[in-house]
Design a binder for this molecule. Structure first.
Ligand code: SAH
Ligand code: SF4
Ligand code: F3S
Length: 490
């Protein structure tokens, strides 16, 4: 790597990253597209392939917005696209393998049509080793940019179109907050809304604090204006997004305004359903529980990643809570919101995890009774502290633990869904079922998928469905009637 490029990178480095200071983050407005770039996409198409979490899904909506302002139109077909962007995820090794598979697959297309611009962005681009590998082994890639400079896409694409060299621009330090970015939302009913960027938690296994930079919150007035605009456009549901939404506002130096305050304000906007993800148990305070207990448009579903049920493992994960503190939080939530549905993320096979420690995770799962859980085998990420920990748990054992965990969760999910038999639930109808176009499908307030028969004009509306046939992962029922969702607040 040459000097010019080196200034854009720093490999994951805990010491350096932890030293990141409180220097101010400025809020910038997205510039209009410069005239020489404005029409370069007219008559051409783009395709964005997205891997990873909701953050990436929403970043892809922003990139789509920028590309459409440049005149490009969307396509789903590789062969029609003049620009292909791969938005990547670095969370586990298998996520990265999928991306390399995709980059390799597109080589044939690039050989046949060298004029197509192939770009790579997202979390993997923030890793030095990945950029090196692309530079040496995948020279058919034309453009690499990271998570902090998405707003630079018009300029970068322009450079890639004009030059022959691979264009690489990755900022190792997070950028400012950019407001007013154009967006093409994938869905007309449900929308993602960023409330903050980055993560300062530094769980020892996790790459995100390095790929997404330090925590920085959008100003409440910008978030609330976006939510009001979505309500005005007829969106029925929003999900507030951040890696650690409970840390919202902690970085403000000019005001005292935290996540609970934001939820309290969003509660008064006339949008029927409001979700949020992801909440870190450590910063989940009673004020937030009180605000959520008002319900209304704040749904009774909380995703509360536990990661492990054993306090020693939680300690080396640097989660900064014990099993007892986690359980106490769960009890406080259930006391104020008795019908709260809790879901979680769990990692098995952490370096050195014993059978006994794993059993603590099983027993936590039993105690909390999650409705669903996303479960993962620990995957070492270069540059994180856990990657240097001694790991004497054989892969066979990790796999077997994952299976046992999944079997337990399956039985709990089944049991929880069974409790809904005969009950009426409110469903936001999203569309035809994937398997059968005669069947409609939608979601409950608690985000459970419900299938039922009904006329197509109900798509986009709220209905009442009686659950007749609960299954492990979905519910089937009978349409009972349409719901009138009253306007909430102002
Ligand atoms: N900010 C969210 C998590 C984002 S990553 C939170 O803290 O809850 C989503 C999930 O991926 C994590 O909750 C964790 O369970 C899992 N994960 C993260 N890093 C991992 C790794 N190195 N190996 C396996 N799973 C991992
Ligand atoms: Fe990763 Fe922990 Fe931050 Fe979640 S809170 S993104 S797991 S470092
Ligand atoms: Fe993956 Fe980046 Fe999200 S690593 S999980 S896409 S923040």
């Amino acid at each position: 790597m040459n000097e010019e490029m080196r200034k854009y990178f720093s490999p994951p480095d805990l010491k350096a990253a932890k030293k990141r200071g409180k220097e101010e983050i400025s809020v910038l407005e997205f510039d209009t597209i410069p005239p020489e770039m404005k029409n370069i996409g007219v008559g051409k198409k783009y395709l964005i392939r997205t891997f990873g979490c909701q953050m990436n899904v929403h970043d892809s909506e922003t990139m789509a917005g920028i590309l459409e302002q440049m005149g490009y139109e969307a396509t789903e077909k590789d062969e029609e696209a003049a620009v292909i962007l791969i938005n990547t995820c670095a969370i586990r090794e298998n996520a990265e393998d999928k991306v390399y598979g995709e980059v390799g697959r597109l080589k044939a297309l690039k050989t046949e049509k060298p004029e197509v611009v192939l770009g790579m962005c997202g979390c993997m681009s923030q890793e030095e080793s990945v950029v090196n590998r692309i530079l040496t082994k995948h020279q058919h890639v034309d453009l690499i940019f990271g998570t902090h400079n998405i707003h630079r896409l018009p300029h970068l694409l322009f450079e890639a179109l004009m030059g022959k060299e691979m264009v690489v621009e990755v900022w190792s330090k997070e950028g400012d907050i950019v407001e007013n970015l154009p967006k093409v939302r994938e869905d007309g009913l449900k929308a993602w809304v960023n409330i903050m960027y980055g993560c300062d938690k530094f769980c020892t296994y996790c790459i995100v604090p390095y790929t997404r930079g330090k925590e920085r919150s959008r100003r409440p007035e910008d978030v609330l204006a976006e939510v009001r605009e979505l309500a005005r456009k007829g969106y029925q549901e929003i999900t507030l997004l951040g890696q650690n939404v409970n840390a919202y506002g902690k970085d403000f130096t000019d005001r005292e305004y935290l996540f609970a305050d934001l939820m309290d304000d969003v509660r008064q906007i006339g949008i029927p359903r409001v979700r949020f993800t992801t909440s870190h148990p450590r910063d989940f305070d009673d004020h937030l529980i009180d605000v959520l207990a008002h319900k209304g448009n704040l749904v009774e579903h909380i995703h509360l990643p536990a990661q492990s049920g054993n306090s020693d493992i939680l300690k080396i994960m640097a989660r900064k809570y014990t099993r007892e503190q986690y359980n106490d939080l769960v009890h406080r939530i259930k006391r104020k919101i008795p019908d709260a549905v809790l879901t979680t993320d769990i990692i098995v096979g952490y370096p050195g995890e014993t059978e006994e420690q794993f059993q603590d995770t099983l027993s936590l799962m039993e105690e909390v009774e999650y409705d669903t859980a996303y479960t993962f085998i620990y995957s070492p990420r270069e540059g994180t502290p856990a990657a240097r920990m001694k790991d004497d748990v054989p892969m066979e054992v990790k796999k077997e633990r994952l299976q046992r965990l999944n079997r337990l969760q399956e039985s709990i999910s089944r049991r929880k869904n069974e409790e809904l038999r005969g009950q009426e639930v409110e469903v936001l109808v999203e569309g035809e079922s994937k398997k059968n176009p005669d069947v409609l499908s939608g979601r409950t307030r608690t985000n459970k998928l419900v299938n039922f028969r009904g006329p197509k004009h109900l798509i986009g509306q709220f209905v009442q469905v009686r659950i007749d046939e609960p299954k492990t992962w979905t519910l089937s029922g009978t349409l009972v009637g349409e719901t009138q969702i009253g306007q909430v607040g102002g």
